[in-house]
Design a protein around this ligand. Sequence first.
Ligand SMILES: C[S@@+](CC[C@H](N)C(=O)[O-])C[C@H]1O[C@@H](n2cnc3c(N)ncnc32)[C@H](O)[C@@H]1O
Length: 272
Amino acid sequence: MSTEKFQKETYSKDMVRQSFDVAAQDYNQYTSLQRLIGDHLLLQETMQRQSFQRVLDIGAGTGYVTKKLSQRGNVNDVYALDIAQSMLNQARYHLGAGQATGFICADAEKLPLTDNMFDAIYSNLVFQWCENLEGVFSQAYRALCPDGSFVFSTFGPKTLIELKESWGKVDEAVHVNSFVAKNIIQRNLEAAGFKNISIEAENKVVYYDSPKQLMLDLKGMGAHNMNRGRRVGLTGVHAFKAMLQAYEKLRTKQGVPATFEAVYVVANKNCG
Ligand SMILES: C[S@@+](CC[C@H](N)C(=O)[O-])C[C@H]1O[C@@H](n2cnc3c(N)ncnc32)[C@H](O)[C@@H]1O
């Protein structure tokens, strides 16, 4: 998919903000996958070996990763930034006193931060909701110190492939969020000026009791369909049942599978 097409099909920013504002209260019940991916991100070598004066966590959510960053011996100050104020309120509640230096309610596409401020910018599963990847990456580039590291995860195009295929048996409407491929991420990072880019992906398969359970889970984590091209109004009961029946055919002994393609990225603002 081209960058241009991706940008036309993606999300309404207000919907993303509202969706996560609503999900904030119960969000931590639905986060085992995000935590697994966040933990993997924290193991990236860049984070292991250097020391950091200031680190920014973009899309901090309820603060799981912010907290882990703040507990690292090699990190001094950690800032949590999120577009949804309710998420930041939860982060403030879950982080003990002094575990984050600042909480910033802002859009990753318009960072209200001065240039060259952070030694590292960190972000777990956020940029799949961002309309303008080059804009987000340019903002991160600007806010990073020379030689600063940009470490993030996002979802790749194989994510929710079973749900997409099951809906595909029913109609042609957009029922599932679109996720960008590694080459588009690479291109947008290069356009923003990043160097030494490493991108890896792994598929994680989660088994659910039923397709409905998966959809409740997606809603609980604020990740239900938010594409602009989604069908407005209620999806017909008949169509929904047909999708559930198609999905049921994928059932294994462990339950119905849902693939999540975790994409891990490390890049540097290498001004040398
Ligand atoms: C799936 S949650 C991940 C939260 C957290 N990073 C974690 O690992 O648990 C995505 C978060 O990104 C935030 N978000 C989405 N779009 C954003 C944007 N454009 N700017 C800043 N935050 C955004 C949402 O409000 C939500 O808290």
